[in-house]
Every structure is written in structure tokens, then in C-alpha cells.
Ligand binder design. Structure first.
Ligand code: GTB
Length: 215
């Protein structure tokens, strides 16, 4: 059975924002059971974990003699080896993979930049000036994504790994209020979150937090 790593104690308090969430969701979508090895911040930077992940992060993926890091690579690996996350048609499959890259390369960077500023830069003298700039950069991408979605349920036909990745990236905006400005994108994220596989993955990562906090 594949095994992934996840935070022993996630700073998001079980909100499903850490990146193991997208791997858990992919496993659930394809019906693959998996194990989780929980890891402390200290252990993430120690040799045993660095041998799996050169940057000392979570998640990692191990299955037999294969070890992977980077959620894009892990989710793609799962999607390629099981039915359910990539279309059979070669062109549609390539487009779904393009959406995975778009989520990670085009949407995630400005979203993470905004999130980091809101978390770690509030006390800086330039914060109030920088915040609208960062929000506008995200708005540009949300506007473009909204135009492309154009009222359909998923990015390109049936739900795919592209949607899985995009929804997990967009969820990072939950605390910013920006999704409220784009009701179609908010509804898209809600559709992803309503999928039974998402719920199972979310509950599994929440259970880790609940157990660790004793609540
Ligand atoms: N590009 C890599 C991938 O996609 O796999 C990025 C992996 C990554 O950033 N991992 C983070 C990590 O291990 C956890 S998910 N960080 C520790 C470190 O770098 O030392 C990022 C994350 C963490 C916490 C919250 N949160 O509290 O809301 C959200 C997201």
C-alpha cells in the first residue's frame, strides 16, 4: 500500500490546507487505500526525511521502490495508474494535465504570495500598501479563470486531476474573502468540496488534528 507523509500537527488546525490534502483526495477519487506517516517539523529537516524529500517538506509518496515528492508529480502518478482522474482520449488527457500545471504554475504562486503576506507580514510598515497589489494579482487570474469556466461544472468536460488540483489551490483563498467576488468560482470550489472523495480525504486529515489536539 502506498504511504505518504503529512504534518503531525498541521498549522492550519485541520482545515485541509496542507498539501497532503490533494494527494489524499486523489487516492480517494480512484479508490486506492493508503497509509500516512505523520512527521514533526523537526523530523522533516533530518536526514531520513531529506532522503525522501530534498526540500524537507510534506507530502512525500512511497510505493514499493518508488519515492516521489512534489504534489503535481504525485497526483499525476496516481492519476496515470488508476482510472477516474484522467480522460482516456489522448488530447483530453493532455489538456487535463495542462490544467494541473496551470493550477500549480499560474494560479498557486500569486495565491501563496498573498497568503504568506497575510500570515507573516502584517506587522511590516509596507503591509497595507502591498496587500491590495497582491490581491489584484490574484483577481487577474480569478477573472481569467472565471471567463474560461463560463458557467460549466468542470474545467474541461468531466471532473479530472486538473480540477482536483485547481480546487485545492483555490481553497487557499478561503480566508481572504476574494472568492466571494467570483460566485462562479466559489460554486466551482464548493462542487469540488462536495465530492464524496473530497469529504473522505478532508475527514481523514481533520482526524489527525483532532487526535493531536485531544479535542
Ligand atoms: N511544491 C511542493 C508540493 O507541491 O509538494 C510544496 C510542498 C510544501 O509547501 N509543503 C509544505 C511544507 O512541508 C506543507 S503544505 N512546509 C514546511 C517547510 O517547508 O518547512 C503548505 C502549507 C502549510 C501550512 C498551511 N496552513 O497552515 O494553512 C497551508 C499550506
Amino acid at each position: 500500500m502506498p504511504i505518504i507523509t503529512a504534518f503531525e500537527s498541521s498549522p492550519d488546525r485541520g482545515r485541509g490546507q496542507a498539501r497532503d490534502m490533494r494527494v489524499r483526495w486523489a487516492f480517494e477519487e480512484v479508490g486506492q487505500t493508503y497509509d500516512v506517516r505523520l512527521i514533526s517539523f523537526k523530523a522533516m529537516k533530518e536526514p531520513a526525511h531529506l532522503a525522501l524529500h530534498p526540500f524537507g517538506q510534506i507530502p512525500t509518496f512511497e510505493d514499493g521502490d518508488l519515492t516521489l515528492f512534489e504534489t503535481g508529480a504525485i497526483v499525476l502518478h496516481i492519476a496515470e495508474r488508476h482510472d477516474g482522474l484522467l480522460p482516456k482520449d489522448a488530447n483530453a488527457r493532455a489538456r487535463a494535465i495542462a490544467w494541473m500545471f496551470a493550477a500549480l504554475n499560474t494560479l498557486e504562486p500569486p495565491i501563496v504570495e498573498l497568503g504568506m503576506a497575510m500570515l507573516f507580514e502584517r506587522d511590516k510598515s509596507w503591509y497595507e500598501e502591498r496587500l491590495p497589489v497582491l490581491k489584484d494579482r490574484v483577481r487577474v487570474r480569478l477573472g481569467e479563470l472565471s471567463r474560461r469556466l463560463g458557467g460549466v461544472d468542470w474545467l474541461d468536460g468531466a471532473f479530472s486531476a486538473g480540477d482536483l488540483m485547481m480546487v485545492t489551490v483555490l481553497r487557499r483563498l478561503n480566508a481572504t474573502g476574494l472568492l466571494d467576488e467570483y460566485p462562479d468560482i466559489a460554486a466551482y470550489v464548493a462542487r469540488g468540496e462536495a465530492r464524496p472523495a473530497f469529504r473522505r480525504a478532508f475527514d481523514a486529515q481533520l482526524a489527525v488534528f483532532t487526535a493531536a489536539s485531544g479535542s
